[in-house]
Design a protein around this ligand. Structure first.
Ligand SMILES: [Fe+2]
Ligand SMILES: [Fe+2]
Length: 301
């Protein structure tokens, strides 16, 4: 419990210092009927910060259940794998203390997402495989991580780069489909935190990368490993193609500039755009050019 509170305090401090996105700016739909969490003993700053997931929603029915069930069909397994990735990193990698605290916070937030999806869709997690067959490649990538840099790049720069767009676009789709505001608000809360996790990935990449040739080689190696499991489609301008090239666009922005505030700006803008339109809103020429450079670089190193 004390370690949990310590990790909360650290994460809040980081958020207050501007490392994270701003909840009120990113969330287009405000959570419903926010209630103070004192009833469950929640009077700390950290628990107040988590009010974004602490609102009233319940099992969906009828058309809402069908639409959300279809849109979120693979979401519970995505949450499970990232919970497992955080647990793996905590147990097996030599993390700086601050990263240990942050991983605990990430794990907790992903568990909140899983809990929320389970409540909306009435999923009994015990009856489903924790890591289904179609996530096995992702799990192998996690278990192949040898360093905190590997882990943060795989999960938080690359997978969460896709998750940032997918979750914000998911909220946009649900709203357009006219599902209940509670379900949209859950997706909004998830999308907000996924964008924060993506920002966190780049913050840690910036801290762990010392700019040495061996760091560049390590980054190239981990991006190559990711591509073996998650190949990118042709740059054909389709929604799926743009979404899957976006993480490599970010990697190239990192390589070109090393500018964490700029990366954060790109991630926040992409999340907001996807919430408004379903797309990250990056100019396609720029998106594909930078992505192609990242793909060529990692193969050449
Ligand atoms: Fe999540
Ligand atoms: Fe996440």
């Amino acid at each position: 419990m004390e370690i949990g509170r310590l990790s909360d305090s650290y994460s809040l401090l980081a958020k207050e210092n501007g490392h994270w996105t701003n909840a009120t700016q990113t969330s287009a739909v405000r959570p419903l009927s926010l209630t103070a969490s004192r009833a469950v003993g929640g009077d700390t700053l950290a628990e107040q910060a988590r009010l974004s997931m602490n609102f009233d929603f319940a099992l969906l029915t009828g058309e809402d259940y069908r639409i959300v069930g279809k849109a979120a069909a693979r979401l519970d397994s995505a949450e499970k794998i990232v919970i497992s990735a955080a647990a793996y990193a905590l147990c097996h990698l030599d993390n700086p203390p601050e990263l240990t605290l942050e991983l605990m916070n990430l794990l907790y937030e992903e568990a909140l997402h899983l809990e929320a999806i389970g409540r909306l869709l009435g999923i009994d997690h015990a009856t489903r495989p924790w890591i289904p067959e179609d996530r096995q490649g992702n799990w192998d990538l996690v278990r192949g991580c040898r360093s905190p840099l590997d882990s943060m790049v795989i999960e938080h720069c690359l997978y969460e780069g896709r998750g940032t767009i997918a979750s914000a676009a998911g909220a946009w789709q649900l709203e357009r489909a006219g599902v209940s505001p509670a379900a949209v608000a859950v997706m909004d809360a998830i999308a907000l935190q996924e964008a924060n996790h993506n920002v966190s990935g780049y913050r840690w990449l910036r801290l762990l990368d010392r700019g040495r040739p061996e760091d560049d080689a390590a980054l190239a190696r981990v991006v190559r490993r990711f591509l073996e499991v998650e190949p990118v489609p042709a740059p054909d301008g389709s929604d799926a193609s743009r979404k899957k090239h976006f993480p490599f666009f970010l990697i190239q922005v990192y390589r070109d500039t090393g500018d964490f505030p700029l990366l954060k700006e790109h991630i926040v803008a992409a999340s907001r755009n996807a919430r408004r339109t379903g797309d990250a809103g990056v100019d396609p020429d720029e998106l594909y050019r930078r992505s192609a450079e990242a793909l060529a670089w990692c193969e050449a190193v």
